[in-house]
Design a protein around this ligand. Structure first.
Ligand SMILES: Cc1ncc(COP(=O)(O)O)c(C=O)c1O
Length: 422
């Protein structure tokens, strides 16, 4: 029961198990020495010195901005130049034909919030994959929606189109419209990405329901796209969004947190794309209203930074080079892990790029606890254990797969014995 708060707020407690594991890792580092501890809980990119990294071009330019950029209000929709630059960055060379607009948001989180608020009804089910960023659940619950999930992968490690299709049909038996959230490429927590063919299947399912009079909004969460691979290759799926019917609406949750290492500066955008001008006008109007009422306007200096970088050829070249160096380091770390995992028989969700690798297990909390004996700290999720490749130096990736395998065997072996009554 609440004390002073409204009764409807009862039970709204943020349970951040990953944060708790991170605190334990810091304690262990203080006790045993940082070199002995693997902190796989962090979701930000760190260099091999294990320090949070800032893209040098971002640091240099941000520090040079005038004070007025930091203190002046911005329009609720966002600065015009920023909105256009964000649209360019969202699509790069794969911009589909159609009407497009963008609303500046408080990070990718703000973009997801606005999409849920404006493209699902109170009481509705919103659909996403079982492997997901768990904040989606809270974002839905906070405003009276219910997050439903379907199994992301089939037995072959491909996108589970059958499960997706069944989940959509099931929900649309009860609802006239549906908001679908897909975090790809570089899915958090797995590094999974839908292929172009899998996207074609997703759209096929949506088209089928649209023909039956349903309205479907698709939110693509591209928070990690900057490190997912060559920019036009990882965006090629977006071309398929051209010419979709009026009642299939696509949106993109864009974030400066990872792509510009501006996590704390809270800048992002919700980008909308439609074959219908009216849908995009409605999108911008509603977005402006939502922004004004949720945070009023966002960090002007961050918007200026992105606009300046994207309008300067040299700065862009520098940004791309620096991002590539981060991406290469992520790839080397992931390669060490997946190579060793394959050799020792440790299962992992197919990793195609990004900040995280996940190990499927029904007993993630017990496995994370077992890992702590080896001073490895990881985030326990509903579907498995998440390892933040983004913050583990190459040297500490070596041998990590074997440690995880040992912990997994200890826990799962113990359960097998219990199940067999031994
Ligand atoms: C999957 C996913 N989407 C969106 C975000 C949004 O991040 P931010 O609000 O910092 O832009 C995150 C951050 O961790 C994330 O993991």
């Amino acid at each position: 029961m609440t004390i002073m708060a409204a009764a409807s707020r009862e039970g709204k407690t943020l349970r951040d198990v990953v944060f708790a594991a991170g605190a334990a890792a810091r304690e262990a580092a203080a006790q045993y020495g940082a070199d002995k501890v693997v902190n796989a809980t962090v979701g930000c990119y760190a260099g091999d010195d294990e320090k949070l990294a800032c893209l040098p071009v971002v640091e240099q330019l941000y520090r040079s901005l005038p004070m007025s950029d930091f203190i002046t209000y911005a329009p609720p929709l966002g600065l015009e130049g920023y909105r256009q630059a964000v649209i360019d960055e969202t699509f790069e060379g794969c911009r589909p034909d159609g009407y497009v607009d963008a609303v500046a948001t408080s990070g990718g989180t703000g973009a997801i919030h606005i999409a849920i608020a404006n493209y699902s009804e109170v009481g509705d089910a919103v659909l996403t994959t079982d492997w997901r960023w768990n904040i989606y659940d809270c974002l839905c619950q906070e405003i009276g929606r219910d997050l439903h999930t379907f199994s992301m992968m089939d037995d072959q490690g491909h996108f589970n189109t059958a499960a997706f299709s069944a989940a959509v049909s099931n929900i649309l038996r009860r609802q006239d419209s549906l908001l679908l959230i897909l975090n790809t490429p570089a899915n958090n927590p797995t590094g999974f990405a839908l292929s172009d063919a899998e996207w074609a299947d997703v759209l096929e399912v949506c088209r089928l329901h649209e023909k039956n009079g349903k309205r479907i909004s698709i939110l693509v969460d591209i928070a990690y796209i900057a490190y997912a691979g060559e920019k036009d290759r990882v965006r090629s799926f977006m071309r398929q969004f051209a010419g979709l019917p009026e009642h299939i609406f696509t949106m993109f949750a864009f974030s400066m947190s990872k792509g510009y290492t501006m996590y704390g500066q809270r800048a992002g955008a919700l980008v909308g794309l439609s074959s219908s001008k009216a849908v995009i006008e409605e999108f911008a109007n509603l977005g402006k209203y939502s922004a004004r009422t949720a945070w009023s306007n966002i960090n002007r200096a961050a918007m200026t930074l992105l606009t300046k970088i994207r309008s300067d050829r040299d700065l862009m070249a520098q940004l791309e080079l620096e991002r590539m160096s981060f991406a290469k380091s992520l790839r080397r770390r992931a390669d060490i892990f997946t190579y060793e995992a394959d050799r020792c028989g440790l299962p992992y969700v197919p990793y195609k790029g990004g900040f995280f690798i996940s190990i499927p297990t029904q007993q993630s909390a017990a496995v994370c606890q077992a890992l702590e004996a080896d001073l490895v700290f990881a985030g326990p999720l509903a579907q498995g254990v998440r390892l933040g490749v983004c913050s583990i130096p190459e040297i500490k990736m070596q041998g990590l797969a074997a440690i995880v395998k040992k912990a997994l065997d200890r826990v799962e072996g113990r359960t097998d014995l219990l199940a067999a009554g031994k």
